[in-house]
Design a protein around this ligand. Structure first.
Ligand code: NAD
Length: 379
């Protein structure tokens, strides 16, 4: 089959196929088209794709493509130019954009959206949200460390002792766990909180202290291993219990998310102002609603500290995985290849909707929008 990867629109620096994966696809008998410059920002020049067996082209003839693998959500115009029955595979948020869904359905495309991958063990090797959250969780700690006017590790020197930085991490999913592990490796003291009951043990396993805010397990537990949105009284109790820990922190990292909802607001402007001058906050949820009131995606906002002259820096990370494009793309491309393996039978393109992974991914198929079970959604 013919598989293609476009040059992603700026500012995206990742790419959906890397040369190693192209080699494997070509060895398996597929034709791979890569748009010229697609890997330039992720350390993969056109020549590397050519050497791997891809056809590097100035512009992809979408009408010739069976599967288009991408990172950035595709515009409706691209859906219109693919051949009827073709498959697209990538990130697609927002998943309820009527105009794009209509364009995909009008052309009878199968749009596979990574955001809809089931969280099962069999699907783990295809999980773009996890692989990219790993990159984001690592990166956000480095962003904090660079801005902090202090050391992360304890230093005992002839010139005196420097205490370790105190880091608080809110949200102990894939990104939060990686943030904890990274901060620990840099020598910080880390405390963390999440509302899923399993998260306490997960945080301890990577070296953090768990901040217990006294919620009942049922208050934070949703379906499929995810959190649910807290009710207002539980959210207020959580905020009150977190406030002294945040006020005492040098660095606050927030990664909380609830699928299908805007990110929960966990930290008010007053809680940020109550941090010491020079402290740093990194909000990984800045572009999905924000866990921190003051954060702005892609910006550093300086908030005056009420603890003395000086400011707290609030970093709104917009797309942390794109700041590590080489490894983020390598993991992404491997996730893509693992999904592709489900879409080929006897060298032909297939869309097995009886496979729970394919059914989960398929946002549209055969002219209709689908739910997570592959069933048509009433218009
Ligand atoms: P996510 O990105 O949806 O959310 C990040 C974290 O924020 C979650 O841990 C969530 O509980 C937390 N959160 C939500 N509301 C909060 C609040 N008000 N206060 C504090 N924290 C809040 O989550 P994720 O990283 O995708 O992972 C969620 C869970 O799914 C984890 O347990 C993870 O290990 C598991 N998981 C399973 C698979 C799989 O089996 N294939 C894949 C990935 C993740």
């Amino acid at each position: 089959i013919t598989i293609a990867a476009p040059r992603e629109p700026s500012p995206e620096t990742r790419v959906a196929l890397v040369p190693d994966i192209v080699s494997a696809l070509v060895r398996a008998g597929h034709r791979v088209l890569v748009e010229s410059g697609a890997g330039a920002a992720s350390t993969h020049p056109d020549e590397a794709y050519t050497a791997a067996g891809a056809e590097v082209v100035p512009a992809i003839d979408l009408a010739a493509v069976d599967v288009l693998a991408h990172v950035t959500p595709l515009p409706a115009t691209a859906f219109g130019r693919l051949r009827p029955g073709a498959v697209t595979l990538g990130l697609e948020s927002p998943l309820d954009d009527d105009e794009r869904l209509a364009a995909a359905n009008a052309n009878r495309l199968t749009v596979l959206a990574f955001e809809r991958l089931p969280r099962t063990s069999r699907a783990q090797s295809m999980d773009v949200l996890s692989s990219q959250a790993l990159a984001a969780g690592y990166r956000c700690v480095l962003e904090a460390a660079i801005r902090l006017p202090r050391f992360f590790p304890l230093a005992m020197t002839a010139a005196g002792t420097v205490p370790p930085a105190k880091v608080v991490v809110l949200g102990i999913g894939v990104a939060g766990l990686q943030a904890i592990a990274t901060a620990k490796r840099l020598g910080a003291k880390v405390a963390a909180n999440d509302i899923r009951p399993d998260s306490a043990e997960e945080a301890r396993s990577v070296g953090a202290t768990f901040i217990d805010v006294g919620l009942d397990a049922a208050e934070g537990t949703g379906t499929g291993g995810y959190a649910r949105a807290l009710g207002s009284s539980a959210a207020e109790r959580q905020q009150a219990a977190l406030a002294p820990h945040i006020a005492d922190a040098d660095v606050l990292i927030t990664t909380a998310a609830v699928p299908g909802h805007r990110a929960p607001l966990l930290v008010t402007a007053a809680m940020v102002a109550a941090m010491r001058p020079g402290s740093v906050v990194v909000d990984l949820a800045a572009s999905t609603g924000g866990n921190v009131e003051a954060s702005r995606p892609g910006e550093d906002v300086r908030v005056p500290s009420s603890r003395g002259a000086g400011e707290v820096t609030v970093v709104g990370l917009a797309s942390a995985p794109s700041d590590l494009p080489a490894d983020a793309s390598r993991l992404y491309a491997k996730n893509v290849a693992n999904v592709l393996a489900l879409l080929v039978a006897d060298g032909e393109l297939v869309v097995p909707l009886d496979d729970d992974i394919v059914a989960g991914l398929a946002l549209t198929h055969e002219g209709v929008t689908r739910d997570r079970d592959g069933a048509p959604v009433a218009p």
